[in-house]
Design a protein around this ligand. Structure first.
Ligand SMILES: NC(=O)c1ccc[n+]([C@@H]2O[C@H](COP(=O)([O-])OP(=O)(O)OC[C@H]3O[C@@H](n4cnc5c(N)ncnc54)[C@H](OP(=O)(O)O)[C@@H]3O)[C@@H](O)[C@H]2O)c1
Length: 506
């Protein structure tokens, strides 16, 4: 912490947001930057330059930013802090595709504004994916982001490519302009508190690591479900679907963190090396095996909710999946034979991102009648809406009779750090400013995630032909339950218990 404070005092930061008038900037980036500044986590010498095409001046942009921050900040806003923040916020108008000369103007603007020679330049590309390559190339060609300059860093939003080939092509373009260590590919799940906690839980407790293998774990379930539909982003979703919106990035990252081997140390490259090995070990699907182990779905209308095909910008006969459940296998010595069930979908009955590790049951012992049919031990890591961890064990109910019952050991971050858990984008911006890439995706992680995702694409055409196959607001397709029940298992729907009168989902 103190090292960070010192570093912060010495450094200067210019944050340039391409897409400064867009949705992501208003909902996430401006509130994140406001909090970072209010909590004194950015250097004194900081300027935030929002870049957009629309004509407006600094005052007009500041007015919009103030409204957006008040609306989306995780706590209330403080007038004095807001004034301090707005003073450091600027708007720069440019057409970054059709008018390459505008980059020269931007260079001159920075030349005028940046005082310290060691200013860190953080370019945040909150723009459409097809603009990532052209913008990076122009930044390089106009000397705004110099090749190999460690102070010039580019943060790139998802999706990185639309398939393996286009991701490779994009990476080729970017690597002609920047070194890998200047590139910060965002998967905002990596900035979430409980995702960051996975390594701490796994490697900071003597209890778990010895049991973290096929001898003791029956299966792992990774769930990330939403109640929302496409929310005005229909055109994007028609291109992405659940595979590219969730599976290829967030779910693959969770899988990698939960199954990777212990790294030699906690340096970003060491952690990423182990994640890559886990992703490389994923068994790929083929046309034949796919549909026994994959369930695809698309939501139809539900109670007062439109179906996917009735949403704006969606084709009335769209075959894009909005739901997936699958059984994955990490084929290595640690995990051989352990199914890793993954499910994710839109317009479901609940919003929840959760990892459940189900431990093997004890062998039945005839003379231990009372212990027969006990539920398994479960470790639950909840990422959202609650942030916490829960361990389910079995114990004796108090009283004269010897009756077993389920007991929950529960830890909820919300209770202990209410209102103080930073948003993912705060962490990501801060880490990129400090040059720490551990919360970002390295190219080879993406490459193996794409390889796995691509092995699913085009499979299960019979399921696709039956779309829509679940109602809005439901639990999703029944076939997902059947996939587990065929194997004698079930999806766990764990509700984190309330603590001290405070319920996690409040
Ligand atoms: N929104 C989200 O919740 C979300 C979540 C995760 C990832 N992402 C990713 O984040 C990126 C941005 O998403 P978004 O939803 O914020 O997009 P958006 O609302 O459509 O914003 C796009 C931005 O790009 C600017 N722009 C487009 N073409 C331009 C040009 N030729 N010259 C200058 N500026 C141009 C727009 O400026 P003008 O408006 O001034 O024309 C606008 O500021 C996308 O890659 C998306 O996949 C978004």
């Amino acid at each position: 912490m103190s090292r960070r404070k010192n570093a912060k005092q010495q450094e200067a930061l210019t944050m340039l947001i391409f897409g400064g008038t867009g949705d992501l900037t208003h909902r996430k980036l401006l509130p994140a930057l406001y909090h970072l500044m209010a909590e004194d986590r950015l250097p004194q010498d900081v300027r935030i330059i929002a870049i957009g095409r629309r004509k407006k001046d600094d005052a007009g942009y500041r007015g919009e930013a103030e409204v957006a921050i008040a609306q989306h900040s995780r706590t209330g806003v403080d007038g004095k802090q807001m004034a301090r923040f707005l003073e450091r916020l600027f708007y720069y108008q440019m057409e970054f595709i059709k008018e390459p000369d505008s980059y020269r103007g931007l260079w001159e603007f920075l030349d005028r504004e940046e005082e310290a020679a060691d200013t860190v330049r953080l370019f945040f590309l909150a723009v459409a994916p097809e603009h990532f390559g052209p913008v990076v190339t122009q930044l390089h060609e106009h000397g705004l982001a110099e090749y190999g300059n460690p102070r010039h860093r580019v943060m790139i939003e998802k999706p990185f490519g639309s398939d393996l080939d286009s991701a490779r092509e994009l990476n080729r373009t970017i690597s002609q302009a920047l070194l890998e260590r200047q590139v910060y590919r965002i998967d905002h799940y990596l900035g979430k508190e409980m995702i960051r906690n996975i390594l701490a839980i796994r490697f900071g407790n003597s209890l778990f690591e010895p049991l973290w293998n096929h001898h003791h774990i029956d299966n792992i379930q990774i769930t990330s479900t939403e109640t929302l539909g496409v929310e005005g982003r229909g055109a994007y979703y028609e291109q992405a679907g659940i595979l590219k919106d969730m599976l290829q990035n967030h779910l693959m990252q969770m899988l990698a963190l939960i199954t990777m081997e212990p790294p030699v140390d906690l340096a970003p490259e060491s952690v990423r090396d182990e994640k890559v090995k886990a992703l490389r070990s994923l068994r790929l699907f083929d046309q034949e095996s796919a549909c026994q182990h994959i369930v695809l779905g698309q939501y139809g209308p539900g109670e007062e909710m439109p179906g996917y095909r009735q949403e704006e910008e969606i084709s009335p006969d769209s075959r894009v999946p909005t739901y997936i459940a699958l059984e994955a296998h990490v084929d290595n010595f640690r995990w051989g034979g352990v199914p890793i069930y993954i499910r994710s979908g839109k317009r479901l009955d609940r919003r929840r991102t959760q990892i459940v590790v189900e431990f093997k049951r004890l062998p039945g012992v005839n003379s231990f009648d009372t212990f027969r049919d006990l539920p398994p031990n479960l470790l639950v890591i909840e990422v959202q809406p609650a942030e916490g961890m829960y361990f389910q064990i079995n114990a004796k109910r108090p009283g004269n009779d010897f009756i077993m019952e389920r007991v929950e050991l529960n830890y909820s971050q919300r209770n202990q750090y209410q209102g103080n858990v930073p948003e993912a984008y705060e962490q990501l911006i801060l880490e990129a400013f400090h040059g720490n890439s551990s919360l970002f995706t390295r190219w080879d992680e993406l490459e193996y995630s794409w390889r796995f995702t691509q092995s699913i694409e085009g499979t299960c055409q019979e399921q696709v032909a039956a779309f829509p196959n679940y109602a809005s607001g439901s639990r999703g397709p029944e076939a997902a339950d059947q996939m587990l029940s065929r194997a004698g298992r079930q999806w766990w729907e764990i509700e984190l218990p309330c603590q001290n009168g405070h319920c996690p989902a409040d």
